[in-house]
Design a protein around this ligand. Structure first.
Ligand SMILES: Nc1ncnc2c1ncn2[C@@H]1O[C@H](COP(=O)(O)OP(=O)(O)OP(=O)(O)O)[C@@H](O)[C@H]1O
Ligand SMILES: [Mg+2]
Length: 275
């Protein structure tokens, strides 16, 4: 708890120009060995309790390696390669319209990343309008992301870990002024502090649809890349062109997931495509 608070104070001071990064510190944190206190910070997080039959019912199939998880594992591996190649640390999952499958994709991806134990990752529900990851995972929460961002609830009291290398920052309450909240300095400082405290290699963000609100448009400037989820057979190619251009103006495009696709390579045995 103290560690995250110290990191938050540091993030605030850095943003205010009160301190500059000590090159020595930079060298140390980018060293392959784990910075002091990181394992302890992860151990102190509460472990998420999951009901496998509920996960299956909600199309969350990537907790174990299987034929069903293979498309998500492939996506994970491609994202990881791109992230390492470009130094990406934050990836948002976006779609143009509603119900493309963003929340299902990010949650499955999170389970797939959890099995990649040399990578520390987190999945944030930043759909502050219609959050759904908590419901998909069958979690009742006693606090919400709005409270965490505003500093009313400590991050480490809210977030839950799955294993020692994946954590879920869930939400079950819509926040007023969600777009402004995601773009304010409190969100920026929180993310910087979380990255430092937990030495995350990657943070994934679930977002509301781009067409529904300006939340994602505003927040995309704070991420390194976005993965576009597109509902096959419902999204016209012209719409994909538009969304790709929109996203590319704000951040890097990590790729496009062709979801709910009836015609796929049987090698992967699921309804996912990716290019
Ligand atoms: N690959 C898939 N095959 C079939 N159904 C799917 C697939 N992925 C998601 N779905 C279903 O589509 C619906 C919408 O999924 P999900 O909530 O993940 O979309 P979303 O893009 O997050 O929606 P929203 O825009 O409302 O946040 C859910 O009923 C989900 O079970
Ligand atoms: Mg969603």
């Amino acid at each position: 708890m103290e560690r995250l608070q110290t990191a938050l104070d540091k993030a605030r001071k850095k943003r205010a120009g009160e301190i500059t990064e000590d090159p020595q510190v930079l060298r140390e944190t980018s060293a392959p060995s784990l910075p002091v206190g990181v394992s302890e910070a992860w151990s102190n997080l509460a472990e998420i309790r999951l009901d496998r039959s509920l996960l299956q019912h909600n199309r969350l199939v990537a907790m174990d390696s299987s034929g069903e998880s293979s498309a998500y594992d492939l996506l994970r591996t491609k994202l990881l390669r791109l992230s390492r190649q470009h130094g990406w640390k934050r990836i948002a999952i976006v779609s143009s319209a509603m119900s493309a499958g963003k929340s299902t994709t990010i949650t499955n991806l999170a389970f797939s990343f959890a099995r990649q134990t040399d990578v520390r990752a987190m999945a944030f529900d930043f759909d502050l309008r219609r959050p759904s990851m908590a419901r998909l995972l069958g979690q009742r929460l006693s606090s919400n992301m709005g409270q965490v961002i505003r500093g009313e609830v400590p991050f480490e009291h809210h977030v839950m870990r799955h294993g020692m290398n994946m954590a879920f920052a869930l939400n079950d309450t819509a926040s007023r002024h969600s777009s402004e909240l995601l773009q304010n300095h409190e969100t920026a400082d929180l993310l910087t502090a979380v990255e430092e405290t937990y030495a995350t290699d990657l943070i994934l963000f679930d977002m509301p649809p781009l067409m529904a609100a300006d939340d994602a448009h505003g927040f995309l400037r704070s991420v390194d890349a976005a993965l576009i989820v597109m509902e096959a057979e419902k999204t016209p190619i012209s719409q994909l062109d538009v969304i790709e251009r929109q996203v590319a103006e704000l951040t890097n495009v990590a790729g496009v997931v062709l979801n709910k696709c009836n015609y796929t390579d049987e090698l992967y045995g699921t309804s996912y495509g990716y290019y």
